[in-house]
Design a protein around this ligand. Structure first.
Ligand SMILES: Nc1ncnc2c1ncn2[C@@H]1O[C@H](COP(=O)(O)OP(=O)(O)OP(=O)(O)O)[C@@H](O)[C@H]1O
Ligand SMILES: [Mg+2]
Length: 317
């Protein structure tokens, strides 16, 4: 079995006597896009700093590609980083910035360097702007260039701390597409810190939710949503008699519902709603409206963050 590319084990970090990370453990597998979520101050960036070897843990392990990045300098070549501070030089053009970083990583062959820089500029959609000084770049352009910079040495893992924060919706989509492309086409593993739950839901195969320095939830995105979800459908009948008639049927079938006036909210677990709807229609009940509600990572996140813990609902069959 292949070793996970990131291993965090019983990690503890105390800063000024405050327990910032309280015994956290999780793994990230190769080629995963792993979402790391949590409210402001939860300890996400602190975890990242420790993983990158920029901060020492108080106790516990934080290994990247099987080793400690603070000790194994060679390993850093396999890691790309997109942080809040993008490390770009305002007075250099985009091309020059990438050229600079490429040389730092030791690509001495001119044509090889040139090819790589062009490829990346193209990937992030900045080729036409390559000769503009980065000081004149917009925020979204800077972010895209920061991602290109993080990829200049073909890293196996890319760590990103809120890569799309503050970007307009279209720029967000561009960067999201880029992230998913990285994982799919370049076999990269992505560790993504984000407050954008829609983004995480779309991109990440697994997520951890950190609350007050503890992992409050860790699962595949799908399972997390499913384990906490409470899908419901609201059916409005033409009159109350029909709604009562439907309620009787639901009682008989032991299906969970709430009745409000001539509307019924039915809770269900499988996606085959027609199993519930069809009999109601066959009974001749007059339905005038149907609304469907589904849980999203957004709701699940709020429940976990607010409640600390969340008890899954129990459904009738
Ligand atoms: N060098 C430091 N000195 C003092 N306190 C620190 C230091 N680094 C982090 N902290 C504290 O640790 C806690 C976690 O901070 P961290 O930056 O990891 O949060 P975060 O989850 O990344 O939050 P955000 O979503 O706001 O970026 C905060 O209370 C912060 O003030
Ligand atoms: Mg942070």
């Amino acid at each position: 079995m292949k070793q996970p590319v990131i291993i965090v084990n019983n990690l503890v970090k105390k800063i000024n006597n405050k327990l910032v990370l309280n015994n956290i453990s999780f793994n990230v597998e190769r080629r995963e896009i792993f979402g790391y979520l949590g409210p402001n101050g939860a300890g996400k960036t602190t975890t990242l700093r420790i993983l990158l070897g920029l901060m020492k843990p108080t106790s516990g392990k934080a290994l990247v590609l099987g080793d400690d990045l603070s000790k194994n300098i060679n390993l850093r070549r396999k890691v790309g980083v997109v942080l809040e501070n993008d490390g770009l030089y305002n007075k250099l053009t985009a091309y020059e910035n990438l050229d600079f970083y490429s040389r730092i990583y030791g690509v001495s062959n001119d044509s090889e360097r040139n090819r790589k820089i062009k490829e990346l500029l193209d990937l992030v959609g900045l080729y036409d702007e390559k000769d503009k000084k980065v000081g004149y770049y917009s925020r979204g352009m800077r972010r895209r260039l920061a991602i290109a910079r993080a990829l200049i040495h073909d890293p196996e893992i890319v760590f990103m701390d809120e890569p799309t924060s503050g970007l307009d919706p279209e720029a967000k989509i561009t960067i999201r597409n880029l992230i998913s492309q990285l994982a799919k086409e370049r076999d990269a593993t992505i560790f993504l810190i984000s407050h954008d739950l829609d983004e995480v839901e779309r991109l990440c195969s697994r997520v951890a939710i950190l609350v007050n320095g503890r992992i409050a939830a860790l699962n595949t995105t799908r399972k997390l949503i499913h384990s906490l979800e409470r899908k419901s459908i609201e059916i409005t009948f033409k009159n109350m008699e029909d709604a009562m008639e439907a309620a009787k049927y639901l009682d008989n079938k032991r299906i969970l519902y709430n009745l409000h006036g001539n509307s019924i909210r039915i809770f269900y677990q499988d996606s085959n709603i027609s199993r519930i709807l069809k009999p109601l229609a066959i009974m001749g009940l007059k339905i005038i409206d149907i609304k469907r509600n589904e849980e999203s990572l957004y709701n699940v996140y709020l429940k976990i963050v607010r409640g600390g813990k969340y008890e899954p609902h129990i459904y009738p069959n």
